[in-house]
Design a binder for this molecule. Structure first.
Ligand code: ADP
Length: 460
């Protein structure tokens, strides 16, 4: 069993992992950059070590520094959280080579799933449905054009190494393709150091449905239900809920079985997420597998009453899963709102700054995962997500009401955030009816922002 864990991350997820360690009586060490000396994860931990200057490349992405700290502080395991080194196969290998347990799958599995074009081919070979598209990568705009002619427009150009919605372009007709291909490839090269591209048919008005899976080293794989992450802006998630209003029990079972099949095909171990797009005609297609804990994992924790970080550490320690698929019970409904320090009215520009005064909601069924405390100064170097508000209730409508109530209680003075936009979304008839798609926010953003500015004007 893990005795001392190094948390190779920052912010709310580092605090989240620290909490699991405390409950499991595992000692923990956090690492921080010079910009994060006053951060919660640095102050919250019994042991915290500075690993470098603010730039992530010099600190949270500095594998050598992190491994040196892990060894020097007597850790026997490393948890990478999400982002940063969490899906870096070489880092997973380096941890293991240094005799440390990596809380995640093997480097080989991360590598296999990290190339989305290759992952697609693997899934296709075992019968998991994938979006019609290119067979493997496409090397040039001309080749992309040929594939697009074959599968038909609109198409989506994607980066094999992609993540966070970057290196992706929608193309509605042949005249747009060449420029879009070059732009997407250039963006991919800048973001991921690789411009390997592939093509998929663009599914119109889809839902983003993902399944949480757990897999141990003895070949047991279970799924813990889905998360509907269709409230997105620029292919990035803003609000997630479970269960999805878009699934029938039969479809849930089919997609869950496909997710388990996908994990088995990958030889997966630890917690992971299998992502699908669900078309309006209810056909579903694998898009990618995330080989780490996800931002939105708390909604699954709320309906399963499980601690997924605890399960990750148990699996990494070589323990078998404690439950079988037939023991998985999903209770009630959970929603998560990501609160970002940003200005939705100005293109969602990041707005780092100082949280002068905070009040977090409480009461039944409300959970807050945050990196903030009163007086905390948000550094400008990292992600703008500063809190996750999670609400659970027996039914969807009650969960929506509870989340509205929680956001009404939330006070973040001194910082501009998207909390008001979240609140408005929870009143939008399309959202409340539950049959929204990934197009929802784009279609309604202007009217939502307009409504917010009118409310604000009337309050002045
Ligand atoms: P990333 O790794 O950058 O997050 P994904 O492949 O997970 O990229 O896709 C991000 C989002 O883009 C999805 O949640 C979905 O909304 C949208 N998307 C991806 N593939 C398709 C597709 N073939 N058709 C329509 N939308 C898609």
């Amino acid at each position: 069993m893990v005795k001392k864990l190094l948390i190779a991350n920052r912010g709310e997820i580092a605090a989240r992992i620290l909490r699991a360690c405390r409950e499991m009586c595992i000692d923990a060490v956090t690492v921080y950059s010079t910009a994060d000396a006053e951060s919660l994860h640095a102050m919250f931990a019994e042991e915290a070590v500075c690993i470098g200057p603010p730039r992530a490349a010099d600190s949270y992405l500095n594998a050598d520094a992190i491994l040196t700290v892990a060894k020097a502080t007597g850790c026997d395991a490393v948890h990478p959280g999400y982002g940063f080194l969490s899906e870096n196969a070489d880092f997973a290998d380096a941890c293991r080579a240094a005799g440390l347990t990596f809380v995640g799958p093997s480097g080989d599995v991360i590598r296999k799933m990290g190339n989305k074009a290759a992952a697609r081919a693997l899934m296709q070979s075992v019968g998991v449905p994938v979006v019609p598209g290119s067979d493997g990568p496409v090397a040039s705009a001309e080749e992309a054009q040929a594939v697009a002619d074959r599968i038909g427009y609109p198409v989506l150009i994607k980066a094999a190494a992609g993540g966070g919605g970057r290196g992706m372009r929608r193309v509605y007709g042949p005249e747009e393709l060449a420029d879009a291909f070059r732009e997407a490839a250039a963006e991919a090269l800048a973001c991921f150091g690789s411009d390997e591209m592939y093509l998929e048919k663009l599914i119109l008005q889809p839902r983003h449905i993902e399944f949480q899976i757990l897999a141990d080293r003895f070949g047991n794989v279970i799924q813990l239900g889905e998360r509907d992450c269709s409230v997105q802006r620029k292919n990035q998630k803003l609000l997630e809920e479970t269960p999805s209003h878009g699934l029938t029990p039969e479809l849930r079972e089919q997609m869950g079985a496909a997710a388990v099949l996908a994990a088995k095909a990958a030889g997966y171990e630890n917690a992971g997420t299998v992502e699908f797009v669900l078309a309006p005609d209810k056909s579903f297609y694998f898009i990618e597998m995330n080989t780490r804990i996800q931002v939105e994992h708390p909604v699954t924790e709320m309906v399963t009453a499980m601690d997924l970080v605890r399960e990750q550490i148990r699996i990494a320690s070589g323990l078998p899963l404690r439950i079988r698929q037939e023991d998985v019970q999903l209770h009630g409904h959970a929603i998560e709102c990501r609160i970002n320090a940003e200005d939705p009215a100005h293109g969602f520009a990041p707005r780092p700054g100082k949280a002068d005064f905070l009040y977090f909601p409480g009461g039944p069924g409300v959970r807050i995962d945050t990196c903030m405390y009163n007086g905390y100064e948000i550094p400008p170097y990292y992600d703008s997500m500063v809190a996750k508000v999670i609400a659970w209730a027996p039914t969807r409508l009650e969960a929506i009401r509870r989340m509205r109530r929680a956001l009404e209680e939330l006070i973040i003075d001194g910082l501009q955030t998207n909390a008001e936009l979240m609140h408005q979304i929870l009143y939008h008839p399309t959202f409340v009816r539950g049959n929204y798609t990934t197009a929802f926010l784009d279609e309604h953003l202007e009217s939502l922002l307009d409504w917010i500015s009118r409310v604000e004007a009337s309050e002045e």
